[in-house]
Design a protein around this ligand. Structure first.
Ligand code: CUA
Length: 276
């Protein structure tokens, strides 16, 4: 006995939706494969970045499996079932095993990612090692101030009320610690294999200090000092970017990071003039 014309139309529609979902699956996976060969993460240049990248790959793998499995399941269901026109829907208690499987397996996968995320976070946002070099980064429309403490390792006190054209960071002249601080613009130098603690500030709006090669991204918020540390482990020159839309000149907030030997770093720092 043939199916009613209306049922036949619905079946055909279901089949086309199934094919469409298969197409989305192939196009989605295919464009990922092509895009990942052209555009991928920037070359890695820090120890902590490896931890981030591992977590990134875990998330990508778990979500990729979920994407492929759910689309295949949906497409096969639409194309295969209902093809004869006399099937009936079945309910969850008739397939308890299947119901439990597709509830529990994704739950375990996402709990796993959550726990892994907590460990990843704790490996990155920990107290910096005592031998870390300290540098202060201050965002301003539209560049980055980089301040080094000088030989005594001390930063001079700053006070936002003192900020002016000639005193962009608002340095307090009565604090002797500020005398030998070194201030450079858009130029960060680091020592290879030496941990660096970066104190991030802003003097106007919210910026975001972004070092793609080191997998470091931290908002610069006025009135607060955010601290982050990492260990560069590949000499070279990389870019600093601003990852927070901060005004019309946002795109110009670029700088360079140079990872060098301790000797080359010392030479460079000596060539820079102290603030006063
Ligand atoms: Cu600063 Cu965008």
């Amino acid at each position: 006995m043939g199916a009613e014309p209306q049922v036949r139309d619905e079946r055909r529609a279901g089949m086309w939706v199934g094919i469409l979902i298969l197409f989305i699956l192939v196009a989605g996976s295919g464009s990922f494969v092509i895009a990942s060969h052209k555009w991928w993460l920037q070359p890695l240049a820090s120890e902590q970045g490896r931890v981030i990248d591992e977590y990134f790959v875990w998330i990508l793998a778990v979500t990729a499996i979920a994407f492929v499995a759910s689309h295949l399941f949906l497409a096969i269901g639409l194309i295969r079932f209902g093809a004869r026109g006399n099937e009936r829907a079945s309910y969850w208690h008739e397939h308890l095993g299947a119901e439990l499987t597709w509830t529990i397996v994704p739950a375990i996968a996402f709990i796993f990612l959550g726990i892994l995320g907590v460990f990843t976070w704790s490996r990155i946002y920990s107290a910096p090692p005592s031998n870390a070099e300290v540098v202060e980064i201050t965002g301003r429309q539209f560049f980055w101030y980089v301040r080094y403490p000088g030989p005594d390792g001390k930063f001079g006190r700053v006070d936002p009320k003192r900020i002016s054209v000639s005193n962009p960071l608002g340095l307090d002249p009565s604090d002797p610690a500020g005398k030998n601080n070194v201030l450079v613009v858009n130029e960060l130098h680091l020592v290879n294999n030496r941990p660096v603690e970066v104190r991030i500030r802003s003097v106007d709006v919210i910026h975001s200090f972004f070092l793609p090669n080191f997998r470091v991204k931290q908002d610069a918020v006025p009135g607060r000092v955010a601290e982050i540390w990492f260990t560069p482990d590949k000499p070279g020159t990389y870019q600093i970017a601003c990852a927070q839309l901060c005004g019309v000149g946002h795109y110009t907030m670029r700088g360079n990071v140079t990872v060098d030997t301790q000797a080359a770093f010392d030479t460079w720092l000596k060539q820079q003039k102290p603030i006063r």
